[in-house]
Design a binder for this molecule. Sequence first.
Ligand code: PNS
Length: 163
Amino acid sequence: MTKAIYPGSFDPITNGHTDIIERSAGMVDHLIIAVLKNNAKSPLFTVDERIEMIKKVTSHLKNVSVETFDGLLIDFAKKSGASVIVRGLRAVTDFEYELQMAQTNRVLAPSVDTIFLTTNLKYSYLSSSIVKEIAGYGGDISEFVSPYVEKMMKEKLKGRDTV
Ligand code: PNS
């Protein structure tokens, strides 16, 4: 049984993430979406909110579960019995950081491999930060996130000036 982890901040989950989740879930027996708890990026959404959005958006995928982790990703991978880490690559600018993470994780645990899926061209420009910025200025994010995430974003930003 191949178990994989798709880790990230998911603040919030975008259509680009969902595309990677759907495609990678089709390649493995079980996919754990692992939400980083203590993030230096000071997330807009709480961990529980991020989990709720991910669960809603991936409810059609039967071999996917959502968990949180703290500390090193590789420790979580080993604890979960996962042999694969999935990451999406949007553009060449992602590559250096992703390569460094993958190489480091492989030194820490040679039995865990990182695989990269190239993002669907449709979403190659998309990031959670861009979505938050657009929403923060009152822009339309319906092309970038699911209707549920859009609704959560509206609620979160109610009464705020900008993100
Ligand atoms: O969605 P993101 O913010 O690009 O995800 C980055 C993430 C969560 C995968 C990365 O920051 C991570 O693995 N953090 C956990 C701490 C860790 O293991 N750091 C060492 C990486 S070599």
